[in-house]
Design a protein around this ligand. Structure first.
Ligand code: GRE
Ligand code: ZN
Length: 328
């Protein structure tokens, strides 16, 4: 399919181009780093080859969210957004952007979001999971907490999507993976961490207060579509004190306030289940470049045995509508 749009596609600035906790060998990281820093070379050539018209680009992970000094986090977000705006300005027909914001300082996050959307023309915001704040190495702040309600109000008011992107848990919370480092990162820990965060947002009643919010999850919804029935089945018998604060079943919010992308999850059966649970209007093509291959994502997607109207929605038009992209 020509004209695909991808929206979990990363770049880095030199300050964020760091091997995440030594996850990769030096050789692999050198390759990934080169790809993260490039937009107009290899990346654009691969997009041309594989029918990707546009990437909506975001900063790599965990970047801003892992900077515990709020002032430094605010400065990094601003610097990264300015750098990305310059890159996008060279080829706005091929690249658009999601903003980085420092959730360590909710007021500053609102201000940077407004600047990115209104002044830089960004199409939404992408945050890499919880934020570390201050000197406690295990501090992990989630955005269902009350201090983030004004931020969510701003996201809703601006009418832009919020992409909740993974990061790995901090050492305290990673103890459940002790002895099994293979589960850290994208194999399992990313999805687990991000799914819990998304469910925290829903269970806090956030979407009752701000019903127009749109949250995007990668990796076909971080396993949430598969778990939807059971979450509400089990909560139906929860006691009043143990119940969540949302007014309706959790699945309602996933179907009305969430979108998912195919980033890094090129499983046909998982896609079909996700389309069945959420509908084809809520699924969007993405690669997760440079951590996944453009050729792999595009070849899989283009050959899927789905209807052509669904392919067009998932490949292009859902993203164009949600992000209000200036494409025809
Ligand atoms: C991602 O952005 O999804 C990602 C990383 C690091 C490793 C794997 C991965 O940031 O998918
Ligand atoms: Zn990603």
């Amino acid at each position: 399919m020509k004209g695909k749009i991808g929206l979990e596609e990363h770049f880095a600035v030199p300050d964020t181009a760091l091997n995440p906790r030594g996850t990769y060998s030096d050789v692999t990281w050198a390759e990934l780093k080169g790809r993260l820093l490039d937009l107009h070379g290899e990346r654009l050539a691969l997009m041309d080859q594989h029918g990707i018209e546009m990437m909506v680009v975001s900063l790599n992970a965990p970047a801003v969210q892992a900077v515990p000094d709020p002032k430094a986090a605010v400065a990094l977000a601003r610097q990264a957004n300015d750098a990305l705006a310059d890159e996008v300005a060279r080829r706005p027909d091929r690249f658009q952007a999601l903003a980085a914001v420092a959730m360590q300082d909710p007021d500053a996050a609102i201000a940077e979001l407004e600047r990115a959307i209104k002044d830089l023309g960004f199409k939404g915001v992408l945050v890499n999971g919880f934020s570390q704040i201050g000197s406690d190495p295990d501090s992990a702040v989630y955005y269902d907490l009350p201090q983030y309600r004004p931020f969510w109000a701003a996201v809703e008011r601006l009418g832009v999507p919020f992409y909740l992107h993974p990061r790995s848990p901090l050492p305290r919370d990673a103890r459940l993976y002790a002895g099994h480092p293979w589960m850290m990162g994208a194999a399992w820990a990313f999805g687990n961490e991000t799914a819990v965060h998304a469910l925290r947002l829903i269970g806090s009643g956030l979407f009752d207060e701000h019903p127009k919010l749109a949250v995007v999850l990668g990796h076909l919804g971080e396993n949430i579509p598969f778990g939807l029935w059971r979450i509400d089945h089990c909560n139906a018998t929860a006691s009043k004190t143990d119940g969540h604060k949302a007014r309706r079943p959790i699945a309602d919010y996933v179907r009305e306030n969430f979108y998912v992308t195919t980033s890094g999850n090129f499983s046909t059966s998982a896609l079909i289940l996700t389309m069945a649970e959420l509908g084809a209007d809520r699924v969007m093509f993405s690669v997760d470049w440079p951590f996944e291959e453009i050729a792999h994502a595009a070849t899989w997607f283009d050959a899927l045995d789905i209807g052509e109207s669904d392919r067009l929605k998932i490949g292009r038009t859902n993203a164009a509508r949600l992000l209000k992209l200036a494409v025809t």
